[in-house]
Design a binder for this molecule. Structure first.
Ligand code: CA2
Length: 137
């Protein structure tokens, strides 16, 4: 099984700021543990701060991966383009969030990803990514 873990804007800052919300581990360190834990899965990781680049990565993932674990970060709540890209490709997407977006500001309660996602996992810290991978297995 080949899975792509795809992170959106500012998630490259994990572990450096706002530890109360997002924890104190960098994503790179966490991802190393994920690859060990899921050694039978071919896991790739990409991150971009750019909406169009995320759209391109999703398009290119079609036929290359069995699934995408996507945290589109703030673009979750704004990006029609990312929602459309997911709808356009055949590759299943599981939406993840580190925080419980429903326990936060009202603007985080809407997602352009969810209607086109296979499922949504949120609020379990970085463990949300573990759970999303397990959902594909
Ligand atoms: O909880 C999540 O995973 C979010 O997708 C994170 C986004 C936020 O806009 C979504 O509403 C929920 C923000 C990512 C910003 O990440 C940072 C990490 C460290 C320091 C500052 C920002």
């Amino acid at each position: 099984m080949k899975l792509l873990v795809l992170n959106g804007p500012n998630l490259n800052l994990l572990g450096t700021r706002e530890p109360g919300i997002y924890g104190s581990q960098t994503f790179e360190d966490y991802f190393k543990n994920l690859t060990k834990k899921f050694s039978g899965v071919a896991l790739s990781y990409k991150q971009s701060n750019h909406e169009g680049e995320l759209v391109t990565i999703i398009q290119q993932a079609d036929g290359m991966y069995d699934g995408i674990v996507l945290n589109a970060a703030a673009y979750t709540h704004t990006s029609v383009a990312i929602g459309d890209a997911i709808k356009a490709v055949g590759v299943p997407v599981v939406e993840v969030h580190i925080s419980n977006t429903f326990a936060r500001e009202a603007f985080r309660h809407h997602s352009f990803i969810s209607p086109n996602a296979k499922g949504v996992i949120l609020g379990f810290g970085l463990q949300s990514y573990d759970l999303a991978i397990q959902s594909f297995l």
